[in-house]
Design a protein around this ligand. Sequence first.
Ligand code: SAM
Length: 218
Amino acid sequence: MAYKFVDNYREKGARKQLVKHLEKRGIEDKNVLRAIGKVPRHFFFDETFWNQAYRDIAFPIGDGQTISQPYTVAYQSELLHVKRGDKILEIGTGCGYQSCILLELGADLYTIERQENLYNRTIQVLPYIGYKPHFFLGDGSKGISEHAPYDKIIVTAGAPFVPDVMLKQLKLGGLLVIPVGDENSQKMVTILRVGENNFERIELDTFRFVPLVGDKAW
Ligand code: SAM
């Protein structure tokens, strides 16, 4: 893979068009749109595929994984209502594009990836382009209990069910955003912790994610 970190007028223009497209698709949060307009998504692509970087599609990033579709990233980010300083756990770092968006929104970000190749690439690329989450390698289906509780948890892979252990790692008033379903499609689910053992669950639109694989997953 030949990565190049140059943000020229063509890519900047394409990024503006992507933001307009996401607004038309219904993304309203101005901070999310601003973050999408700022993070150079083509930095996560081999230069050969830069012409694909600002299309609203998921794209293969190697090791059988994908960079999420911009609409999906914007949709999940909007649901999180990120406030500056929020302690957020992201499960499924992948190439780190969603991580950059959350950092732009002011998150104190903890992010975990189970695939070592991806993890090794992302821990080099993100700091190099100016983004510094706390990185972890391992099975995020169990959350990361050592650093809990979190204000928000976002899962960027499709889960067969909501792992209890994730709910326990939310602060009171904390929010989990997780796609739940079978291998073909998942409903976006938000779960708000309203009491020690009380949770409010809402099911939203349908998406298609790569599977969440692990002890509390597939
Ligand atoms: N967030 C990424 C982005 O910005 O494009 C996309 C993530 S990709 C759709 C889903 C990622 O979740 C993959 O990199 C996959 O290896 C990872 N994953 C799957 N199961 C996991 C688990 N149990 N713990 C951590 N990461 C996991």
